[in-house]
Write a protein that binds this ligand. Structure first.
Ligand SMILES: O=C(O)CCC(=O)C(=O)O
Length: 272
């Protein structure tokens, strides 16, 4: 489809999984009611809490959260991108931070495990060691859907332009970037990074975000949708809710034709 409506859901997920899913389902209903054919949810959508809670609430994929969201995808006949959830693998000591794309039939169309884990120490800002509880994924994923080619990534991945360029070269037209981005870094980096990934790859960016105070840091929110020219086409307020905007693949291919930077690359000169 060349033009369609997409939506990003912004929520304040906490340590009550039932309540998190209840809210998210309500926002999926709202987004579908506004005509969205592709709906994105934020990172760690079904649970955010301490490490013991992360393990207790982690799930197999497919598992209860994905099955429940699959019913919503089917009910509304939409592509539903489930943000991310903690994925448990029997016998493994650490979890994956995994995102799942569900088809309008409610089936798993693609899944991606966060590749870059948030291990940072920022002066006067966040200190995080995601690798204490998580293992990194190692697979780049572009999902082929009847709406568009969709490249998957999660939060801190946003700082690594390499994977977005590779996804664009593999055909990605939209990047889905669910996040729980910290307020301290987000206020200066979130929007410029999202716009940069859109401009340099001439792709749409849909970035559904967590809002609210999390165990380790406040989340920045400001869920964003950016077009391939780098214009912000939808932006959340500081509250939970839904934003929508039109995705126009004709615009994308016009921009790629007029400024053919994906074709004008010089990989023969790029050596580290
Ligand atoms: O890159 C950042 O500054 C924030 C990333 C983050 O919060 C995360 O990956 O969980």
């Amino acid at each position: 489809m060349k033009q369609f409506i997409a939506a990003a859901v912004q929520v304040d997920s906490g340590n009550d999984k039932k309540e998190n899913l209840r809210k998210v389902e309500q926002f999926i209903d709202e987004a579908a009611g506004r005509g969205a054919k592709l709906i994105g949810l934020p990172e760690l959508v079904n649970f955010i809490g301490d490490p013991a809670g992360q393990f207790a609430n982690a799930e197999l994929i497919p598992g209860p959260t994905i099955e429940r969201l699959g019913k919503k995808a089917r009910q509304h006949q939409v592509w539903l991108h489930c943000g991310s959830i903690g994925e448990i693998i029997p016998g493994e000591k650490k979890l994956y931070n995994t995102t799942v794309l569900l088809s309008p039939q409610g089936e798993i169309a693609a899944q991606y495990r966060k590749m870059h884990l948030y291990d940072v120490q920022v002066t006067n800002g966040p200190s995080a060691m995601e690798s204490d509880t998580k293992k990194p994924g190692n697979q780049i994923v572009v999902a082929d859907t009847d709406l568009a080619q969709i490249g998957l990534s999660i939060c801190y991945d946003l700082r690594f332009p390499e994977i977005y360029r590779i996804m664009a070269l593999q055909g990605a037209e939209i990047f889905l970037i669910p996040a729980s981005f910290t307020l301290f870094t987000g206020k200066d980096h979130w929007e410029p990074l999202l716009r940069a990934r859109a401009i340099e790859n001439q792709s749409y960016v849909i970035a559904p975000a967590q809002i609210g105070v999390k165990p380790k840091f406040p989340a920045y929110g400001k869920s964003l949708m950016v077009d391939p020219w780098g214009n912000v086409i939808a932006k959340s307020s500081d509250k939970e809710g839904v934003i929508t905007a039109e995705i126009d693949l004709d615009l994308l291919y016009r921009i790629r034709q007029e400024i053919p930077c994906l074709k004008n690359r010089r990989p023969d000169c790029y050596h580290e």
